[in-house]
Ligand binder design. Structure first.
Ligand SMILES: Nc1ncnc2c1ncn2[C@@H]1O[C@H](COP(=O)(O)OP(=O)(O)OP(=O)(O)O)[C@@H](O)[C@H]1O
Ligand SMILES: [Mg+2]
Length: 409
């Protein structure tokens, strides 16, 4: 094993289907892939750990494989958080500077941030991210960097993402148990927004939807800031279970059939196509129409898209998606799902593949790895900001880093 290296970024995505540990090195020439390990997930349900021991085992396995593949001993990682316990909202904090205008300092920005952070929250919840949207300096909104401006009042508007304390704690515990320290926690859809969105989409408004096995996680970015996040408790596993029940076939076979022959629009499949469906027990396999499979998948796909539409509509952001919808995560691969999405949400949709980096194996350039790869980009940006803060004498940069990373304790 090589020496420990502070330029190494390790991220762990503890999904409902797979656990992935990814090791990347930050070099002068940019990010460079060093290795990864994947293990089947265990002990999680809908993105939340329900059995610490099994979850710990699958983390240990993924980490061991990543160590072997990278040749680097790993002892700390950034970890993703998702699940139906995620909540979000917009908040603000205001400070008055007195009757005479004066120059805003970084301390003022910090004080306004502290007010914004001071939200009422049940005891069992914690702030995962506090993301600055904009500052309002007196009556001037849309300010990105207020330090040095003359003002009598400063307001900061933020997007707050909170999580159930127990859910976050279980992730931390399962990593600690296998000797891994948790460097940071990141909401997974926010991570995806870092790896799949293009610049113009971030400006015009785009919803990134990470459809995994257990949940569909949403992050909406507009004017380059996060304006909404949310989770819909449906994922690829629901599709698979529907197929298992509907076609009376074991879950593993249903998963295969879905991946090989699945489609979310019945009429996109030829009436003539037939597929062989394995039976439960000793009974022989049967020939069925491929359309029978699509008939099971279509209503579930429509339900998922309706739930996503309702969530975006309730948050008042459906009309703000000039950049469209970007579906990512493994379940986004279901053929015709983009069409179902466009049909129900009435916005253009595309598949979100993660941005590449040097030496990234092609098998990782797939939607199910968008979250882990996004966590790497996010962490790198946070580290650069932190380093800048050390170099700069003032603590303005610290405030900035705080907001961009938004990792409140
Ligand atoms: N070609 C395909 N067609 C349809 N579904 C697919 C395909 N490939 C993978 N999936 C589905 O993608 C899901 C796994 O996706 P992913 O790896 O993103 O989940 P995860 O991150 O482990 O779960 P979560 O994010 O919900 O915790 C599975 O339900 C799987 O059935
Ligand atoms: Mg996932």
């Amino acid at each position: 094993m090589g020496k420990r290296n502070e330029n190494i970024i390790t991220v762990i995505d503890l999904g409902s289907a797979k656990t992935l540990a990814l090791v990347v090195e930050a070099t002068n020439a940019g990010l460079r892939y060093r290795g990864h390990g994947i293990s089947p997930s265990a002990g999680t349900r809908r993105g939340v750990i329900v059995d610490l021991e099994s979850a710990g085992k699958s983390v240990a396995e993924a980490v061991a494989r990543a160590e072997k593949s990278s040749g680097i001993a790993l002892d700390s990682a950034v970890v993703g958080v998702s699940g139906p316990h995620i909540r979000s909202g917009n908040s603000y904090g205001v400070i008055s500077l007195g009757s005479r205008a004066r120059e805003l300092t970084t301390a003022d920005v910090q004080a306004a941030g502290a007010r914004a952070r001071d939200i009422e929250m049940p005891e069992d919840r914690e702030i995962l991210h506090l993301l600055t949207q904009e500052f309002v300096v007196d009556d001037q909104d849309g300010v990105k960097q207020p330090v040095g401006m003359l003002a009598r009042q400063l307001e900061v508007r933020v997007h707050v993402i909170t999580a159930a304390h127990s859910a976050v704690q279980n992730i931390v515990t399962s990593l600690n148990r296998v000797g891994m320290h948790v460097e940071d926690t990141i909401y997974e859809a926010l991570a995806c927004s870092e790896s799949v969105l293009r610049g113009e989409e971030r400006e015009l408004g785009a919803a990134v939807i990470d459809i995994g096995a257990g949940t569909a996680d949403i992050a909406v970015v507009r004017d380059d800031v996060v304006i909404h996040s949310g989770v819909v408790p449906l994922g690829g596993l629901n599709f698979t279970r529907d197929v298992a029940y509907g076609l009376e076939t074991p879950v593993a076979e249903a998963e295969n059939l879905k991946r090989q022959f699945g489609c979310s629009i019945v009429t996109n499949i030829s009436e003539q196509n037939e597929i062989e469906v394995p039976s439960v027990g000793d009974r022989p396999p049967r020939m069925m129409r491929q359309r029978d499979l699509a008939e099971i998948l279509e209503p579930r796909a429509r339900e998922l898209m309706e739930l996503l539409r309702d969530d975006l509509h309730r948050a008042g952001v459906l009309e703000k998606l000039g950049g469209g919808i970007i579906l990512t995560g493994g379940a986004a691969r279901l053929p015709s799902l983009l069409d179902t999405c466009e049909d129900i949400l009435r916005r253009p949709a595309r598949l979100g593949l993660p941005l590449g980096m040097a030496q990234l194996p092609v098998e990782l350039q797939e939607p199910e790895y968008a979250a882990a790869i996004g966590m790497v980009f996010y962490t790198q940006r946070a580290r650069v900001l932190k380093r800048k803060e050390k170099e700069e004498t003032g603590f303005g940069a610290r405030v900035r880093a705080l907001f961009v990373r938004g990792n409140a304790g």
